[in-house]
Design a protein around this ligand. Structure first.
Ligand SMILES: Cc1cc2nc3c(=O)[nH]c(=O)nc-3n(C[C@H](O)[C@H](O)[C@H](O)COP(=O)(O)OP(=O)(O)OC[C@H]3O[C@@H](n4cnc5c(N)ncnc54)[C@H](O)[C@@H]3O)c2cc1C
Ligand code: FES
Ligand code: FES
Length: 496
């Protein structure tokens, strides 16, 4: 085994910067503002919601190029940026020329107080780098800025600026072959360990090293995308002394397509898993489009969405109705658990000390399976679900042979509706009495909570309505009659 590396290395303005001295919980935003003096990047909410702190992270795309993703620097740990190019708003203009995004913002009067502007510019910089004439329309722009809040200018001029700048992106000096070469130079296979046994930021390079380190330090905090853990630091002020980051373990950052299933490494981000997951079903694509924002999806991981055990995580109900299983690993031992059994009770999962989620096995829907999924939240963009409903109906010759129904937000865990499923199993597609039995059964399946997102009564009513909507849709009614929004009518809309 090679010796560990004891400093992170990032690419800043074309130069490699080595950072040996940092606290395990230092955020990228604090590093940029307080140490790099890149104060163009702003701090608004410090919880990933406003986008003022957006910077672009450049990494190799696997095809010899560089991909830029927007991240919220306020909840991104500095150590997680190891091996990446970090681009901030002050890096974009050359001596005498603004970047096309900046110029368009000026031309369209798209800034007033200016506090949000650097974040918008960086979110759009990431869009600019993946835009093509086919993929630079209004829908792509709206999605790209879903994680950025502006309270005084209004979005119309910002969208106009983005549409103009992104319609024909030109070379802007970023993402060059030279940058790719430099990033490749940062990419070694050494494990990273900064600190000592009592206080450290570690990023193992292999899964075996990760497994050994976590057995040695079962009380360390595993960090994948830090879209939850970041808030423990910035909002809850939790003292976190030992961090093990999963981002450098190649085996956890991979997707394999076995033909009838996907095997997703637990630390695969939503953005990386996008193509594979959205291809499973248009409704899954629609839920993912509304999961957080581009910044959250660039960092947050599928495994983190499961391991955090949240009752309102968006992916668990979807993955449960698909029949997913997860592989857990402790040391050299692995075991496989059906995802639905992983969630035991609120805050309690089937995971022992030193054990981590290694991968998620997601069966693809078969030819007779109809999937429907709906996210109900107060805002359309960037909001946590009040209720997330997922349905998988196996339908043969007009009969529901099997029904898998799972909800988030209806219990302390993501949970299947066993009684409603039983009522539907074997029912004819238009057997309205059986439908009604299933609606009524939801009351025995769930005792939801009332909280600031929704009352228990609302949640039960909405669950009933969503089951009704799903049944109407799969029983043959025109999809368009039951939907205000959704990819089932807009097949041009799949995008990251
Ligand atoms: C602004 C904002 C909006 C959001 N919107 C949504 C939304 O719409 N829908 C939604 O579902 N979520 C949302 N979230 C929550 C968050 O993005 C997800 O829960 C995310 O999936 C967590 O993944 P992560 O990789 O960032 O996890 P982290 O924050 O890194 O970790 C979360 C927890 O999981 C543990 N963990 C991570 N990976 C593993 C592993 N492989 N094995 C064992 N333990 C592990 C960590 O130790 C920690 O306890 C939002 C968050 C923010 C900040
Ligand atoms: S400061 Fe609001 S998202 Fe980071
Ligand atoms: S310009 Fe003031 S918040 Fe956007």
């Amino acid at each position: 085994m090679q010796a560990d590396r004891d400093a992170i290395r990032i690419l800043r303005r074309g130069k490699t910067v080595e950072i040996p001295d940092f606290s395990p919980t230092e955020t990228l935003l604090d590093y940029l503002r307080l140490r790099d003096h890149a104060i163009g990047t702003k701090e608004g909410c410090a919880e990933g919601d406003c986008g003022a702190c957006t910077v672009a992270i450049g990494r190799l795309d696997g095809n010899g190029g560089v991909v830029y993703r927007p991240v919220n620097a306020c909840i991104h740990l500095l150590g997680m940026a190891d091996g990446a190019e970090v681009v901030t708003v002050e890096d974009l203009a050359t001596d005498d020329r603004l970047h096309p995004i900046q110029q368009a913002m000026v031309d369209h009067d798209a800034s007033q107080c200016g506090f949000c502007t650097p974040g918008f510019v960086m979110a759009l910089f990431a869009l600019y780098h993946r835009s093509s004439p086919e993929e630079s329309g209004r829908a792509a722009v709206n999605d790209a800025i879903a994680g950025n809040l502006c309270r005084c200018t209004g979005y119309k001029p910002i969208v106009a600026a983005a549409l103009e700048a992104c319609k024909a992106p030109a070379l802007d000096g970023f993402g060059t072959i030279e940058t790719a070469r430099k990033l490749a130079g940062l990419d070694d296979d050494k494990s990273l360990f900064v600190g000592d046994e009592t206080r450290f930021f570690a990023a193992p390079a292999t899964i075996d090293e990760l497994a050994s380190l976590y057995v040695l330090h079962p009380d360390a905090t595993l960090v994948a995308g830090a879209t939850d853990v970041g808030l423990w630091i910035t909002k809850q002020m939790r003292p976190i002394e030992r961090v093990i980051h999963l981002g450098r373990v190649a085996a956890l950052n991979s997707i394999a397509d076995t033909g009838d299933a996907l095997v997703i490494g637990a630390a695969t981000t939503y953005a990386e898993a996008w193509d594979a997951l959205t291809a499973l079903d248009p409704d899954i694509a629609e839920v993912l489009r509304r999961l957080g924002s581009p910044q959250v999806r660039a960092a947050g991981t599928v495994g983190g969405n499961i391991a955090n055990g949240s009752p309102i995580g968006d992916t668990p109900p979807l993955l449960i109705v698909l029949g997913s299983e997860i592989t857990l690993r402790r040391g050299a031992q692995t075991r496989v658990v059906p995802l639905q059994d992983f969630f035991i009770d609120y805050g309690k999962q089937d995971r022992g000390p030193g054990e981590f989620v290694e991968s998620i096995h997601v069966p693809k829907p078969g030819p007779h399976t109809q999937i429907r999924a709906y996210k109900i939240s107060k805002r359309f963009d960037q909001d946590i679900s009040a209720v997330l409903a997922a349905f998988a109906f196996d339908i043969v010759a007009g009969e529901i042979r099997d029904a898998r129904v799972a909800f988030g937000g209806m219990a302390g865990i993501p949970k299947r509706a066993g009684s409603a499923e039983a009522a539907l199993r074997g029912a004819g597609l238009r057997d309205f009495d059986r439908w009604t039995e299933a609606f009524d059964a939801l009351v025995s399946d769930f005792t939801p909570m009332s909280d600031h997102r929704a009352s228990a009564g609302y949640r039960l009513q909405v669950a009933r309505n969503l089951l009704y909507k799903a049944l109407v849709e799969v029983s043959g009614a025109e999809t368009g009659t039951t939907r205000l929004v959704g990819y089932r009518e807009h097949d041009d809309a799949l995008r990251t």
